[in-house]
Design a binder for this molecule. Structure first.
Ligand code: PLP
Length: 471
């Protein structure tokens, strides 16, 4: 491909993306293809002759679009909001166009420095104290893994440069609520703590971590000769957006010398609203925290914001210093390869930068308030409608509900609600996530797609009621 073909195809592709976004509402939200259907449309081997880029892009409409679940659809109420604003798309395109590696400051100073600027903006946006320093990671999963690695090394006095965890006399333990995200389990396992040393604590009626149980578990582990090491608290759990009591957990962590990592992957974005920051109270006591601007904030995946109080400790744990990566500026600059797991780093700050400048703080806040209002409206409908039950408070944009049909036991209720979800999702008109909460089958309606208006929330509620009558 030469520059003139790139220009031509590139303009066409931008037009295609804009037209796709404009007609999104007419497409079925959840892809209805069968397993293997998409792969069967493609040749089994790569072409011998090149020059087929235009034909490859034509596959978007012909072979791929019906295999896409439309996350930016206005009636996308599944999982969590994951928007990619036009501004963020353009920033990402610029990143791809530059093709730069930001592993060291010297390998593209602008990539490192704009990342530091954008992370400083994000820190202020969500009301975090100046004591935190941020870095972009690919995902909350990676961020939480890095946090538990840092916790492990702090508690063990850098066991990694000796015998690692295998050389330790006593096992290190990790605490989280039974509502913590599966990435916490994964991080604890990958960081070598072992499943036997990960405690899932029962939660209260609002599905938040119980500090009394945390205290008791720490005491029990101490008494058994184990070493309490880290606690992961969640602001906005995946099941119900429950909020663990950060200030109280931080106090326990401080008293027992535990690392406190806060997982606010979804709900951290809400802290751009001063009225939501009550859910953040005590956050200054965290050692690390993560939130995902690639969820509700509107920056395209992947952009996870990881903040730490002690960047020197982070670099000591994650840093490597082989001779071929050394540069003359090493003492004066940040080499962000030492702030996470991969060596290579894309210029992800660009999409965050363009997005934030395009939205502005006021624009972002207005959209978040709209989404909170949508969730409150739906919660009020559920509360006011006989036969429907809401299973959790609604601090943010997710409403967890179910239909309770007379005379059905738990198993039959589960089947009934799964049938409702299947009917709504199969219609292509809206998409939501069935999920199990403490043994009860629920339907999660997560608001916050960038284009969702009140009429879309009204429509999904009507679709749920119709499906409940038919099921
Ligand atoms: C989405 C989510 C995660 C996982 O985020 P990734 O960036 O996909 O790894 C972790 N924790 C919570 C609370 C989440 O909502």
């Amino acid at each position: 491909m030469d520059a003139s073909e790139f220009r031509r195809l590139g303009h066409e592709l931008i037009d295609w993306i804009a037209a796709y976004r404009e007609r999104l509402e007419t497409l079925p939200v959840m892809s209805q293809v069968k397993p293997g259907e998409v792969a069967a449309r493609f040749p089994a081997a790569p072409p011998q002759a090149g020059g087929g880029a235009a034909a490859a892009l034509a596959a978007l409409d012909r072979d791929l679009l019906d295999g896409i679940t439309h996350w930016t659809h206005p009636s996308f109420f599944a999982y969590f909001p994951s928007n990619a604003s036009y501004g963020s798309i353009l920033g990402d395109l610029a990143c791809a166009g530059l093709g730069a590696q930001g592993m060291s400051w010297q390998t593209s100073p602008a990539a490192t420095e704009l990342e530091q600027v954008v992370m400083g903006w994000l820190r202020q946006l969500v009301g975090l104290p100046d004591a935190f320093t941020g870095v972009v990671q690919d995902s909350a999963s990676s961020s939480t893994l890095v946090a538990l690695l840092c916790a492990r090394e702090r508690a063990s006095g850098f066991a990694q440069v000796r015998g690692g965890l295998q050389g330790e006399a006593a096992p290190l333990t990790v605490y989280a609520s039974d509502q913590a995200h599966s990435s916490v389990d994964k991080a604890a396992l990958l960081a070598g703590y072992g499943k036997a040393n990960l405690r899932h604590l029962a939660t209260d009626d609002a599905h938040a971590l119980r500090v009394d149980l945390l205290e008791a578990a720490i005491a029990e582990d101490r008494a058994a000769g184990r070493r309490p090491c880290a606690v992961v608290a969640t602001v906005g759990t995946t099941g119900t957006t429950a909020v663990d009591p950060i200030a109280a957990v931080a106090e326990v962590a401080r008293r027992h010398g535990l690392w406190l990592h806060v997982d606010a992957a979804l709900a951290g974005t809400a802290m751009a609203l001063p009225e939501c920051r009550v859910h953040w109270a005590g956050i200054e006591g965290a050692d690390s925290l993560v939130f995902n601007p690639h969820k509700w904030m509107g920056i395209g995946f992947d952009f996870s914001a990881y903040f730490v109080r002690d960047p020197q400790h982070l670099v000591r744990v994650m840093g490597t210093d082989p001779s071929y990566l050394r540069t003359a500026q090493d003492g004066q600059v940040a080499n962000l390869r030492d702030w996470g797991i991969p060596l290579g780093r894309r210029f992800r700050a660009l999409k965050g930068y363009v997005h934030l400048v395009d939205e502005g703080v006021a624009g972002l806040q207005a959209r978040l308030r709209r989404d909170l209002e949508h969730a409150r409206w739906l919660a009020a409908q559920v509360d006011a409608t006989p036969g429907w039950e809401r299973l959790a408070p609604v601090p943010f944009q997710t409403v967890v509900l179910r239909h309770v049909k007379e005379g059905l036991d738990e198993a039959a209720l589960a089947a009934h609600n799964l049938a409702i979800a299947a009917a709504v999702n199969g219609s292509g008109k809206a998409y939501l996530t069935p999920s199990v909460l403490k043994g009860r089958q629920t339907l999660r309606v997560s608001c916050g797609s960038a284009t969702t208006e009140r009429r879309h929330v009204e429509a999904v509620w009507a679709a749920l009621r119709r499906a409940a009558t038919a099921a």
